[in-house]
Write a protein that binds this ligand. Sequence first.
Ligand SMILES: [Zn+2]
Length: 344
Amino acid sequence: MRDLGRGWFQITTEYLDLCGLPLYLHAFADEDGIVLLDSGVSATPEASIRPELARAGLSIQDIHLVVNSHAHPDHMGGNAALAATCAPVFAGPALEAGWLEDNDTLIDQLWNANPDAYRLSEAQRAELVLQLGDRPRVERLLRDGDEITLAGTALEVISTSGHSPGHLAVLDREQGLLFTFDDVQGFGIPIAHTDMHLAPLYHDVRRYRDGLKRLNALEFERLLPSHGDSLDADAGHRRIAESLLFLDRAEEFVLDYLDGVRHGDSPGDSPGDSAGDSAGDSAGDSDRAEQVRLGPLAAALGEQLGPYGGLNLQTMSIAKAHLDDLVRRGEVVPTFARTPEEQR
Ligand SMILES: [Zn+2]
């Protein structure tokens, strides 16, 4: 727990032990009670929020508003536990209301959107459902430009998306605090006790880039991400610049990969990959050589662009986002094929 001054507190959570990533939540306390930015995973309210607030002489019972930045488990999984404890109003991005209120929709559309490339095992899904907890209703749907007026300050809602469809950043303009949650990911986040990084996660290149540019144009004294230490203005702007640079490097990687496949070098295709025989058996060799499959591309990116651990949700999101962006710009054309017999 860190007292950031003038009513703001930073809550350290148990997530570091659970997933190897730090996860900070932020709370603002005034005469009306406590506003909490994000709720952690299902266990976080009891494991971290209650004891951390108590350490500062505050009570979890006084939380009256929870603002969820976006519908990922580490940002809203604690909602149900908080609903049972202190019955706060929940607020979250209007664009993610479906994900915030329905775990199945979230899992199907986020983790299992491209099952040919990547899918959760039953055990992984069960673990995820555990972290997500039950989904209470989100009463207050937030949109870009909304203001949350509190007794002690006012918070501006900035819709940045990219990382998720409706991701929100929150600015306390008076105090110069910019809460960016998962929006400023740099080159990824170091995973504790390993040499690995969790790669940035984004689904829409244009929105992610535009959101980063909007944040960069804001005046702030501190930038506070969810998964790392807070940064002063200079370091914050540098991290935003790194995040933008990552987009350029990832696009370059994808373009090089496409060129390699076109010239028949299949860079980074994992052994045993069946790209060549998976589809278009009747097509000529030259057509076949140009087919790129999402899984092998994501795996190559996760090995070669950085220490990102090959194929995972993050690297798949990056590969898919850049392919989609190239399709949108008319640089590549999607093709579709029947799933090979043995994979059905
Ligand atoms: Zn996230």
